[in-house]
Design a protein around this ligand. Structure first.
Ligand SMILES: Nc1nc2c(ncn2[C@@H]2O[C@H](COP(=O)(O)OP(=O)(O)OP(=O)(O)O)[C@@H](O)[C@H]2O)c(=O)[nH]1
Ligand SMILES: C=C(OP(=O)(O)O)C(=O)O
Length: 215
């Protein structure tokens, strides 16, 4: 039988989130951050190997809409990103000890369920694995097979940290939407070229009716 996955998606308190988009978005920054997280969660929930999505956040303004989409919401103890992920993973293991556990960044507004499914199928072959971001510096997905220790090393140059921790780097063709996290206006333009999910597309169309912000 194929492995099923619990995916943990961390969402930072909105007042502190997406600061690299502040100049481009002004007062709409938090609305864009929620929309991006909504598209990430929607795509994850539509991915066949994903049994459940667990959002970890301390922010009720994110918890409300993400819970309404069908995610389980766990309160973030607010001791940093990797602690948030371990908290979500512990919840996942309590719910479904026989399922694999993955961490997925919340800022993947172009994510395609089929591309995530391809990565999860590949990840099912390795005890510990990860997907590097589009720049080959960070990480967008980290996962472990059922029953194995979950040791995420996100933050900064996390690709090299995950390699150092012994995780297998998944270098697959055709998973651009999974690798395209959005931190800057350039990232947002690249995600638009792949095709934004409906929540982000609606906010972007309202914010920039004539097209994306100039460089
Ligand atoms: N729950 C939780 N999520 C976090 C935390 N720190 C970062 N994240 C999430 O981790 C991912 C990467 O976050 P960062 O790139 O560090 O922060 P960001 O808000 O996306 O962007 P910047 O403010 O521009 O750095 C995003 O999905 C964030 O929502 C945290 O302390 N708790
Ligand atoms: C936290 C990370 O991502 P970001 O590029 O969004 O800062 C990371 O890649 O480990």
């Amino acid at each position: 039988m194929s492995i099923r996955w619990s995916l943990v998606i961390p969402v930072k308190t909105l007042v502190a989130a997406k600061t690299r988009l502040a100049a481009a978005t002004g007062p709409h920054r938090t609305r864009l951050a929620v929309a991006v997280a909504c598209d990430t969660v929607t795509a994850a929930l539509a991915c066949p190997p994903v049994a459940r999505v667990i959002v970890v956040t301390a922010d009720p303004a994110a918890a409300g809409p993400l819970g309404a989409l069908g995610a389980d919401v766990v309160t973030d103890p607010d001791r940093g990103l990797n602690t948030a992920l371990r908290t979500g993973a512990a919840h996942a293991v309590r719910l479904a000890p026989g399922d694999a556990v993955g961490a997925l960044q919340a800022d993947l507004p172009a994510l395609r369920p089929a591309e995530l499914a391809a990565a999860l199928t590949a990840a099912s072959e390795f005890d510990q694995s990860f997907v590097p971001d589009a720049l080959d510096i960070g990480t967008t997905f980290y996962g472990v097979r059922p029953g194995l220790p979950f040791e995420p090393r996100f933050g900064g140059e996390s690709r090299i940290k995950h390699l150092g921790g012994g995780a297998k780097e998944l270098r697959l063709d055709g998973i651009d939407s999974l690798r395209r996290d959005v931190d800057t206006p350039d990232d947002l333009r690249a995600a638009m070229a792949l095709g934004l999910g409906r929540h982000t597309a609606a906010v972007v169309a309202e914010l920039w009716p004539a097209g994306p912000p100039a460089r």
